[in-house]
Ligand binder design. Structure first.
Ligand SMILES: C[S@@+](CC[C@H](N)C(=O)[O-])C[C@H]1O[C@@H](n2cnc3c(N)ncnc32)[C@H](O)[C@@H]1O
Length: 289
């Protein structure tokens, strides 16, 4: 698989030169998928349920921790009518619902039975149906080239190993198709210790940045992922995905965040807590080596 890490190869310190990084980086413990599934089924889905219905009901999509409206943060592509979309890590399915209402044909993929149960309940309530598949976004049971759009808002983009889900997204996309994903910014990850709020200092190394452990207030440890920007670009290029844009999200005046105290207001006035990537699949899957 293009851009995949070599099985079993693990290193802690990596000298990074273009094209070499992902050949050596892999999730050292390689336990994130079953652990993440259990965490979402056992407690995370219950906590996230509060966001599901209001987002399903919203006339205008809004994004991320600060609920920035689509008119100010255009994450959904213009004119999605007729577009075949796959949402990787769809959770309660509101992004797919927004797409379906605008005439797209979304398929939601998620690991968690509880999250998908919420999505099904909201499909009933809003009378809006689209396929939901319980599967790992790193190994999606859909055919190559089936999608015009692959999208993830804090799903695969935050919880899956980029060396596995980016090649999967590229495989799903037809030539010319678009990948859009949103997650916490690389800068935010660098400034956040394992527990507690973002600081004004770099507390993690950029070199070797990949799996990021975070401990919640409950003491649960979460396995999240990110990469240095250069490595995101090279990984996507190797999978035939050319980056078209990267929005480093600036919280607009009046933007509120009542639920995520790890980002003090003072921090987000100066730095982007979130980022959105846009890439397009070329006609060849090989990309730049
Ligand atoms: C914060 S939610 C984001 C989804 C959606 N935007 C929402 O808020 O409902 C993260 C989702 O990623 C899913 N997820 C985590 N790891 C996954 C994997 N390997 N494959 C598919 N889904 C995964 C979780 O089950 C969860 O529903």
């Amino acid at each position: 698989m293009a851009g995949g890490a070599e099985d079993g190869a693990t290193v802690r310190t990596v000298t990074c030169w273009p094209g070499s990084y992902d050949r050596f980086m892999t999730d050292e413990a390689d336990d994130h998928v079953p652990v993440t599934r259990r965490q979402w089924d056992e407690h995370m889905s219950a906590w996230f349920e509060r966001y599901a219905r209001p987002r399903w009901a919203a006339a205008e999509p809004y994004w991320g921790i600060w609920c920035i409206p689509q008119s100010q943060l255009p994450v959904l592509p213009a004119g999605p009518a007729g577009v075949a979309a796959v949402e990787l890590g769809c959770g309660s399915g509101y992004v797919s619902a927004w797409l379906a209402r605008r005439g797209a044909r979304p398929v939601g993929v998620d690991l968690s039975a509880r999250q998908l149960a919420t999505a099904r309940r909201l499909q009933e309530e809003f009378g809006l149906r689209f396929p939901l598949i319980q599967a790992d976004a790193e190994r999606v049971p859909l055919g190559a080239g089936c999608a015009d759009l692959v999208i993830s808002e804090y799903g695969a983009s935050a919880w899956c190993d980029p060396y596995r889900w980016i090649p999967e997204a590229a495989r799903l996309l037809r030539p010319g198709g678009q990948l859009v994903f949103m997650a916490q910014s690389t800068l935010a990850r660098l400034c956040m210790p394992e527990q507690g709020p973002a600081t004004g200092r770099l507390v993690r190394d950029l070199f070797g940045l990949h799996r990021v452990m975070r401990t919640g207030a409950s003491g649960n440890r979460y396995r999240l992922f990110t990469l240095p920007h250069g490595e995101w670009i090279r990984l996507m290029a190797r999978c035939g995905l050319m980056v078209e844009d990267l929005i480093e999200v600036q919280v607009p005046p009046g933007g509120t965040n009542n639920d995520f105290p790890e980002f003090p207001e003072e921090w987000v006035r100066r730095w982007p807590a979130e980022e959105v990537w846009f890439a397009r699949r070329g006609s060849s899957r090989t990309g730049r080596q």
